[in-house]
Design a protein around this ligand. Structure first.
Ligand code: FES
Length: 108
């Protein structure tokens, strides 16, 4: 079943910033990239590096630990091991749609 979970107020996540929301012990990194919002697991598939501290380059999140990078878009995610989530802005809140979009598989 799909459900939206509030990550934060939109005003708390200005362009260029990221936050981590924890849902049922799973940390989810949420990014504001020039006004577009994206959410992925905060745990890098390589060695669980904290993607919230990575940097964005051409629509990709670059892991701060070893430099692996992953497209942020949830559309047609590659089979790279990184769960992605759809994000909606409603009533001034950043809402993350759960469950995740599994890499290479679409909706779980
Ligand atoms: S932990 Fe992310 S690249 Fe190694």
């Amino acid at each position: 079943m799909l459900e939206y979970v509030v990550a934060c107020k939109a005003e708390e996540l200005p362009p260029g910033k990221s936050i981590v929301a924890v849902h049922e012990k799973s940390p989810i990194a949420v990014f504001n990239v020039d006004g577009a919002f994206f959410a992925v697991s905060n745990l890098c598939p390589h060695a669980a590096g904290p993607l919230e501290y990575g940097f964005i380059e051409q629509g990709r999140i670059v892991c701060p630990w070893h430099g692996w990078s992953f497209p942020l878009s949830p559309e047609d995610p590659p089979n790279d091991g990184l769960p992605r989530y759809r994000v909606a802005i409603e009533e001034g809140e950043v809402r993350v749609l759960l469950p995740a979009i599994e890499p290479g598989k679409g909706w779980r």
